[in-house]
Design a protein around this ligand. Sequence first.
Ligand code: GDP
Length: 194
Amino acid sequence: AKNVGGAGSLDGESNPADSNNLRVKLVLLGDSGVGKSCIVLRFVRGQFDPTSKVTVGASFLSQTLALQDSTTVKFEIWDTAGQERYAALAPLYYRGAGAAIVVYDITSPESFNKAQYWVKELQKHGNPDIVMALVGNKADLHENRSVSSQDAQEYAEKNGMFFIETSAKTADNINQLFEVFWAFHSRVYAALCA
Ligand code: GDP
C-alpha cells in the first residue's frame, strides 16, 4: 500500500498499482485515563479487518476505513499503553508517524495541560510534517466539563491541529474523528506538495 505521512513508510516502498490503498502510522498520546484505548476499541470494534498484537509495552491495532472516493486508508494505530511515562522512549514511538492524536479529558484541566506538553514534544521530536489532532474525550460528562471547547479550539488552531470532542462511551464523534481528521490530513499534505 502507498504510504502517506512523510517518513511513515514501514516497508519503504509504495506501489503505484495500489495507490488507492493508503496507510498511515498514527500514534496516540495523552494522560493515562483520558480514554485512548477506549477510543481505539470503539473505532476498531465491529469493523473491517481489525487485527491486534502486543508489542513491547505498546499495543498496536489497525483499522481500514473505506472513503467515499473508493480509496481506503489503513490506520496503523499505536497506543502507548503507559509508555508515555518513559519520556526517553517517546521518540522511538513517534518515529515514522504521519499522524498523531493527542487526547485529553474535558473534565480534567490537568489532562489538557498534559496534552499541550505532548504537542510540544511532537513538535520537537516528531516528523516535521506530522499532522496532529487534539481530542477532548468524555464529552458525555459535560456536566463536569472544566475545559471549554473554545479554549481547546483556539489552542488547536494556533498549533495547526484538527480539533474534535468525542465520547468513547456513547460513540459520539468517534468515526468522525478518524474520517474528518483524515480529510484534514490529506488537505495539509496537498498544501505541502503544491
Ligand atoms: P487510557 O489510559 O487513556 O487508554 O484510558 P482508557 O481507555 O483505559 O479509559 C480510562 C477510563 O475512562 C475507563 O474507565 C473508561 O471506561 C473511561 N472512559 C473512556 N472514555 C470515556 C468516555 O468517553 N466517557 C466516559 N464517561 N468515560 C470514558
